[in-house]
Design a protein around this ligand. Structure first.
Ligand code: ATP
Ligand code: MG
Length: 604
């Protein structure tokens, strides 16, 4: 066995750097944090080739005195703490004194800095070996600091090989800059990639303009202002998504603790718990929550990249966040999400007078029997047969409707009787031969139907598109744009026509969509599409997009179906290949045998 030996300093520095610097975006994070700690109000970032060839960060902060500059790149050299006690109350972004050392160990590095008291700047240059530095004094520069990082990992080939293509690295960089810009609206950020300005934020008293600049104005429109809430020791402010404007993943959940973005499962669950009934399955709220708390109540020194912190009193924190969210939703005015498609589709779809669905006594008086959130205003031209089936008649008797059709009967083994609805998502049907109760998840059923129909069209290359006269412009982050570009041919085959306009990296144009989506909320669909694309692996792409299209083209929870729609749905369901499971593998309906029920109530 090899004898134990002390590693040589170059190897040590690479191991240390490996913990802090994973990719260009980690360098960017460290350099921005240094600029923030130096009280900069302007930070300009420039990149080449996704940061692999060049990362340049210039700030107008307080700078480093010439005599300290060579120290800045030494390991454990920091101006931010001076003793062990200081670790208990860290109020700066950095404190370990290893970021510059790490970056300088794995790149061709230079730092030029000037304080306000000095006429000239000094510059330190390193070529991968922090013990061999070149110092130039008396360099012309404006006050502040300029760090240049060239050829990242040039001396760490394995790491360099694992870097992704430039557009992917640039997307990571974008995320990092965006989060600091959102967290620090008092600083203006300018971000240039390969000579083009990606975005620029202006100094602002609130966070909204940075959110708008980096994540788009549509997102800003969907936010509620939490206000300023003091919960015990914690001060909380920020923004939350209005119900109905949630996302399909947690990517848009930003928590900041004293200006530092942190990732915390505790905060995520407190947030989601706070939303309670306002959050549907598979929905994730958008949140920008800023927590201000005395540093003595948490420890930031537990994660190599300082992404996570340890709260000493997690329970208090959870309660504070959860009740802030609940309070915000209770006190704020937002438009409820539920609306009926009955009215929207009136002219196009409903076959009037075909069924004996709703008693003629159904008048506006009956509306009162609705759960409030299901209320719809009665249109004077609407006939009773168009009314939704979950109605109760004036004498509170459930309307009974027979569904007699051979194919439906063959499938379920009997005629069915419509018995009403349950919650927002289920229809109740009775099997007339034995009184079994069939509970149908109408969204799941519709989604399955649409998935099979659309997949068949797609396989037969018969997908029809709906073309827009004027293209729909869509804001996107570089990551989303990159994913769209990677998926362009997939999307084309599915009936979309996405194009990348010249002169902006922030938008894509949609010229056509599959016809099946013609009646959906297009903006919502496209947002979900952008959120879904990143998660996919290439071979799964079609299935993922097909499922998403099917989902969006389907009835949604809370919609009220007319009798005809219910009948059509059942008819289509029994004619597809896999009527019993939805696109995600859940049952489309379940059957509760009447005999089991009788046993339970001790009738037999
Ligand atoms: N942009 C800057 N402006 C002014 N001073 C800077 C700047 N960047 C670095 N420094 C100085 O160099 C020191 C070393 O920076 P470095 O990032 O390596 O460590 P740190 O910020 O103290 O701790 P950490 O490793 O946790 O980031 C800092 O403590 C600070 O004094
Ligand atoms: Mg630092």
């Amino acid at each position: 066995m090899t004898r134990i030996q002390i590693l040589d300093p170059i190897c040590v520095s690479k191991i240390a750097a490996g913990e802090v610097i994973e990719r260009p975006a980690s360098v960017v994070k460290e350099l921005i944090e240094n600029a923030i700690d130096a009280s900069a109000t302007e930070i300009r970032l420039t990149f080449k080739n996704g940061g692999k060839d060049l990362i340049e960060v210039k700030d107008n902060g307080k700078g480093i005195p010439p005599e300290d500059l060579p120290l800045a790149i030494k390991r454990h050299a920091t101006s931010k703490i001076s003793s062990e006690q200081d670790l208990d109350a860290i109020s700066t972004m950095g404190f370990r004194g290893e970021a510059l050392y790490s970056v300088a160990s794995v790149s061709r590095f230079s730092i030029t800095s000037r304080t306000a008291n000095n006429e000239l700047a000094s510059c330190v240059t390193v070529d991968g070996d922090v013990d061999k530095v070149q110092i130039s004094e008396e360099v012309m520069a404006t006050p502040g600091t300029l760090v240049r990082v060239r050829d990242l990992f040039f001396n760490f080939i394995v790491r360099r090989k694992f870097l992704k293509k430039a557009s992917v690295e640039e997307a990571h960089i974008y995320d990092v800059i965006a989060q600091y810009a959102i967290g620090h609206p008092q600083i203006s950020f300018a971000f240039f990639a390969d000579g083009e300005l990606e975005f620029q934020t202006v100094k602002s008293p609130d966070h909204l303009s940075a959110i708008k600049e980096t994540l788009g104005k549509e997102l800003v429109k969907s936010l509620l202002d939490v206000g300023m809430i003091q919960q015990g020791e914690i001060l909380i402010h920020g923004y939350l998504s209005k119900p109905g404007h949630h996302k399909r993943n947690r990517k848009y959940q930003y928590f900041f603790l004293n200006g530092r973005r942190i990732f915390s499962e505790i905060l995520q669950s407190a947030l989601e718990e706070g939303y309670g009934p306002y959050l549907m399955k598979r929905e994730f709220p958008v949140a920008f929550l800023f927590l201000e708390l005395d540093p003595k109540y948490f420890d930031v020194n537990i994660h190599p990249q300082k992404r996570e912190v340890l709260f000493y009193d997690e329970k208090d924190l959870m309660t504070a966040v959860c009740s802030t969210v609940t309070h915000c939703l209770k006190t704020q005015d937002f438009v409820p999400r539920l609306k009926s498609r009955v009215m929207e589709e009136k002219q196009t779809k409903l076959e009037i007078g075909e069924v004996k669905a709703v008693t003629t006594s159904s008048t506006s008086r009956d509306i009162g029997h609705f759960d409030k959130k299901h209320q719809i205003s009665l249109h004077p031209n609407i006939k009773s047969s168009e009314l939704p089936l979950s109605f109760e008649s004036a004498d509170s008797q459930l309307v009974e409707v027979h569904i007699e059709e051979r194919e439906i009967r063959d499938f379920f083994g009997s005629d069915l009787k419509f018995r009403g609805s349950l919650g927002d998502e289920f229809l109740l049907l009775e099997d007339l031969s034995n009184h079994d109760l069939i509970i149908l998840d109408f969204h799941a059923a519709h989604e399955r139907i649409n998935l099979e129909k659309f997949t068949a069209l797609f396989k037969a290359k018969k997908v029809k598109s709906q073309t827009f006269l004027r293209p729909f412009r869509l804001f996107c982050t570089p990551e989303q744009r990159m994913r769209i570009m990677d998926s362009l041919s997939h999307l084309n085959n599915l009936g979309f026509d996405f194009r990348i306009p010249k002169g902006t990296k922030r938008e894509v144009e949609v010229f056509a969509i599959p016809k099946i989506l013609a009646k959906t909320d297009l903006k919502k669909f496209l947002e979900s599409l952008l959120d879904t694309l990143p998660k996919m692996v290439i071979e799964d792409q079609y299935h993922e997009i097909l499922s998403l299209i099917a989902c969006h083209a389907s009835y949604r929870a809370g919609e009220i179906l007319s009798f005809q729609q219910t009948k059509d749905l059942l008819h289509e369901l029994v004619n597809i290949q896999n009527p019993k499971i939805c696109a995600h593998g859940r049952p489309t309906y379940i059957r509760i045998p009447y005999q089991d029920f009788l046993k339970q109530v001790r009738r037999i």
